[in-house]
Design a protein around this ligand. Structure first.
Ligand SMILES: [Zn+2]
Length: 342
């Protein structure tokens, strides 16, 4: 992903003005949640929220990094993709590989694979969760010029979101969230033109989400009511703010997510206010597939993405279990209690 000034006129605003009402709770091992507030509680509306294990999410990230950078057209990329599909199957999701070819900024034909897992594919009340699984082929933000042509490991930029979603998939097998959950690992997010290429075109980033958004097979019945994108959710001391695209297309849902985080006391991580103008996969999901989707991405207005972004330092040494725990806990609670309503 990258930061850019969005000059595109948005033709449609999909964000419905929906409000949620949710109880507070915060046990470590399991949370009992009440969906709606009524004077006489209906116990059928209590939901068990499973414990999101940050150690497990960390291991899923390490598993991906053990293949090396997952740069498109490399064997290690395809091998990691196979492992991700197997992991989703292991946790009971129906999987599909969406294979496609795309042209990179420099004319290279890239073999892309979006990996799709469906939890309870027959359910019509669904949400969809995204993360990209490819690694950037260049470390173009390196201070040292000699390192700029080396690929990024992408422990945070790519693998962290996938790791969190795999841990969530593991939990859905243990405790049924009661809704359909689609998990989509998008490919070719991070092959955008480096500065030295002097590329003056558009849409060179997020090739996997562009393809997915044009070729998803949802019907009007099973179309997800909303989407969440995770990108760089494992770094140290992150700042997550609602970015401009998220606020334009999925503001009420994003605000509800941030409210969930604040109820856990995570105000300094999920910061109030508008974040950056960020081009990420959710831009295409919102514009093409028109599924209201917000992004959870580490970006500090005025400072930018984390220091390790698109450098040789985006490795396991800079992955924080504390951050994984925070993101995973809020996400799990949100999926189990807040997504099925609107
Ligand atoms: Zn990136």
């Amino acid at each position: 992903m990258r930061q850019r000034l969005l000059s595109i006129a948005f033709a449609t605003l999909l964000c419905a003005n929906l409000s949620g009402c949710f109880s507070q709770s915060g046990n470590e091992k399991s949370d009992i949640e009440k969906k709606t507030s009524t004077e006489q509680p209906d116990t059928s509306k209590y939901k068990i929220v499973p414990y999101f294990d940050p150690d497990s999410a960390y291991q899923f990230i390490a598993m991906q990094c053990a293949y090396g950078p997952r740069v498109p057209n490399l064997k290690q990329h395809d091998e990691c993709g196979n492992a991700l599909q197997k992991a989703l199957e292991k946790y009971g999701l129906t999987t599909e590989k969406q294979e496609f070819k795309a042209k990179a900024f420099d004319g290279t034909t890239l073999n892309g694979t979006n990996i799709i897992g469906r939890f309870h594919a027959e359910r019509t009340n669904r949400i969809v969760l995204f993360s990209h699984w490819d690694s950037r082929p260049f470390s173009d933000k390196e201070k040292d010029e000699a390192n700029r042509k080396k690929p990024v490991m992408g422990a945070n930029d790519g693998a962290s979101g996938v790791g969190v979603l795999l841990e969530l998939a593991r939990q859905t097998q243990r405790v049924d969230p009661g809704i359909g959950v689609d998990i989509v690992f998008l490919d070719l997010e991070d092959y955008g033109a480096p500065e030295w290429a002097n590329f003056d075109g558009n849409d060179d980033w997020c090739l996997g989400s562009q393809y997915w958004s044009l070729h998803h097979n949802y019907t009007s019945e099973n179309r997800p009511r909303m989407g969440i994108l995770l990108d760089m959710v494992g770094g140290e001391n992150p700042t997550f703010m609602i970015d401009v695209v998220s606020s334009m297309f999925a503001n009420s849902r994003a605000e509800r997510f941030w409210k969930n985080a604040h109820e856990f006391g995570y105000r300094s991580t999920f910061v109030s206010g508008t974040g950056g103008e960020i081009l990420d996969d959710h831009y295409y999901v919102n514009n093409i597939a028109q599924i209201p989707t917000f992004d959870i991405i580490d970006y500090r207005p005025g400072q930018g993405f984390p220091e390790s972004w698109h450098t040789q330092h985006d490795d396991m040494a800079h992955i924080s279990k504390k951050t994984l725990g925070i993101v995973g806990k809020v996400l799990t609670r949100f999926v189990y209690t807040s997504c099925g309503n609107n």
